[in-house]
Design a protein around this ligand. Structure first.
Ligand code: ZN
Length: 433
C-alpha cells in the first residue's frame, strides 16, 4: 500500500473538518436551496411598520435590495442568509431629520465644510439610521460642494435642508447677512436637486427682523418643501407664539422643542403648564421635532410637557461633535429618553420612520412595503439600570434602553453587532493553503 503523502493527508483532514463544521453550521442554519429567491431573511422579529399597520411577529424577506415579502413563517430555505431576530424589534431604517454632517476642513467654518460637523457613516449605521438629514450646513451656494464632498461619498442616504443663508451654517457674521438670504435662488437650488433637498432651514439669526423666516417660507412654498426653524437669540426677542401661529405654514417644523434657552419662550411655563398656543400650533399642523443637540433638551421641559401628553412628532438628534459626546450620544439614546418618559415603543419607532418620512415628504422611505428599498433596523430593548443625561447635565434614571443589533441599507448588511446574519467562523471557507 502506498504511503499517503503528508500534504495530501493534511488536505484530506482539512476537507473532513470543513465538512463536519459545515454540517454544524447547517444544523444552526438549515440547508439552503440551490437558488433561493431571497438574499436575506430576518426571522421571528417583532415588526413595527406604522405606515402599513404592522405590529406583530413577522419575517421580512429581502431580494435585490428591496423588501420582497413580509409575512409569518417564511421558510428558511427560501433565503441565502437568515438572521434570527427572536426577541428583537424589526423596523424600517431610522431617519434622523436633524443632523450636521457637512464635515470638512475649513477652519473658518463650523457646520458647513467645517470641523463641528461629523462624517455620516461613522455615526449612522451603528445606531440603526439609514437616512441622515443635514439641516442648514449648506445653503444654495455651498450645496454643490456638500453633494460632491459628502452626499456622493456616503453609504448613508444623506438629504439636506438648505440654509436660507446662501453660504450655509458657517457661524459668526456670515449667518447674520440678510443680503445673502435669497428665497428665489434657494428654491431654484432645491428644485434642481429635488431628490436630495427636502427642506429649508432658518437658524442662529440674532436681529430683530422676521425676514429670514419670511424668506425661508417663501423658498419652501416655491419648492414645495417644509421649513425648519431653530428659534431664539433675537434681540429684542421675537414671539414664539407668532412664529408658530402666523409665520410658519402647516407642515413646517419647530426644532429644539424641549429647549429652555435665552431669547426663546420655552413651551412649558414657570408653573409647569404647557403654553396653550403650543397645542393650538399642533392642531394647525406645525411639526414639533425634539432636536436634542448639545443645549436643546431639558428634562425640566420634557417631563411636564410629556406628562401633559405633549410628545414630539419626530425625535431627531441634532448630531454634531458637541452633542455626540454629551447627553445626546446618538438617536437610540435620544429615543430611549422618550421611552422612559412614557412614549410607547411603537410611537417612538413611528416618529423616526413613517412620521419622519412624511414630514420631509419622502414617503418612499420609512416603511417596509413590498418593493420599498430594503432599509431596515433590528433593535433590542435592553433592561437594566441606566442613566440618561439632558443638555443641562441633569440625569434621569431609566430601566430600558434601545440598542441596534443589525442595520441593512438597500439590502446590504452595514452593521451587525453580534453577527446575527453571519455563519459560524468554523463554517467559513478556508483560504488556500
Ligand atoms: Zn442643529
Amino acid at each position: 500500500m502506498m504511503a499517503v503523502r503528508p500534504s495530501l493527508a493534511r488536505a484530506v483532514r482539512i476537507a473532513a473538518i470543513a465538512l463536519v463544521c459545515l454540517s454544524i453550521g447547517q444544523s444552526r442554519q438549515p440547508l439552503q436551496a440551490q437558488n433561493p429567491p431571497f438574499d436575506l431573511l430576518i426571522k421571528n422579529g417583532h415588526v413595527i411598520d406604522a405606515r402599513n399597520g404592522v405590529d406583530a411577529i413577522m419575517d421580512v424577506a429581502i431580494a435585490a435590495g428591496k423588501i420582497a415579502q413580509v409575512a409569518a413563517n417564511i421558510p428558511v430555505d427560501r433565503a441565502r442568509t437568515v438572521a434570527d431576530a427572536t426577541g428583537l424589534f424589526v423596523t424600517p431604517g431610522l431617519i434622523d431629520i436633524h443632523a450636521h454632517v457637512f464635515w470638512g476642513h475649513d477652519a473658518e467654518s463650523q457646520y458647513s465644510d467645517g470641523y463641528s460637523a461629523v462624517q455620516p457613516d461613522s455615526h449612522s449605521f451603528r445606531a440603526g439610521q439609514t437616512t441622515l438629514v443635514d439641516v442648514g450646513g449648506s445653503g444654495w451656494r455651498s450645496f454643490p460642494r456638500f453633494k460632491e464632498q459628502v452626499i456622493d461619498r456616503s453609504r448613508t442616504r444623506v438629504l439636506a435642508f438648505l440654509n436660507i443663508v446662501g453660504a450655509g451654517m458657517r457661524g459668526g457674521p456670515v449667518e447674520q447677512n440678510l443680503s445673502d438670504m435669497d428665497a428665489k435662488l434657494t428654491a431654484m437650488r432645491a428644485r434642481e436637486h429635488k431628490n436630495l433637498v427636502v427642506g429649508v432651514k432658518v437658524a442662529h439669526y440674532a436681529g430683530p427682523e422676521w425676514d429670514p423666516v419670511t424668506r425661508a417660507v417663501q423658498a419652501g412654498r416655491e419648492a414645495d418643501i417644509p421649513v425648519m426653524v431653530d428659534f431664539g437669540g433675537h434681540t429684542p426677542p421675537l414671539s414664539l407664539d407668532d412664529l408658530l401661529l402666523k409665520h410658519l405654514r402647516p407642515g413646517d417644523i419647530l426644532t429644539h422643542t424641549y429647549a429652555h434657552v435665552g431669547g426663546r419662550t420655552p413651551i412649558v411655563d414657570g408653573e409647569g403648564r404647557l403654553r396653550p398656543f403650543v397645542l393650538e400650533a399642533r392642531k394647525r399642523g406645525i411639526i414639533f421635532d425634539a432636536g436634542h443637540g448639545g443645549g436643546s433638551f431639558l428634562f425640566s421641559q420634557a417631563v411636564p410637557a410629556t406628562k401633559q401628553g405633549f410628545y414630539p412628532d419626530v425625535i431627531s438628534t441634532d448630531l454634531h461633535i458637541g452633542s455626540m459626546n454629551g447627553g445626546m450620544k446618538d438617536i437610540l439614546n435620544t429615543m430611549s429618553k422618550f421611552l422612559i418618559l412614557g412614549m410607547p415603543l411603537k410611537d417612538v419607532v413611528k416618529a423616526n420612520t413613517a412620521r419622519a418620512a412624511e414630514v420631509i415628504k419622502r414617503t418612499d422611505l420609512g416603511h417596509l412595503a413590498v418593493g420599498a428599498e430594503a432599509d431596515v433596523a433590528v433593535l433590542r430593548v435592553v433592561q437594566g439600570n441606566f442613566g440618561f443625561i439632558d443638555s443641562g447635565g441633569g440625569k434621569m434614571p431609566g430601566d430600558r434602553k434601545l440598542e441596534c443589533e443589525l442595520t441593512i441599507k438597500a439590502g446590504q448588511v452595514v452593521w451587525d453587532l453580534n453577527g446575527i446574519s453571519r455563519p459560524l467562523w468554523s463554517a467559513m471557507p478556508r483560504p488556500p493553503q
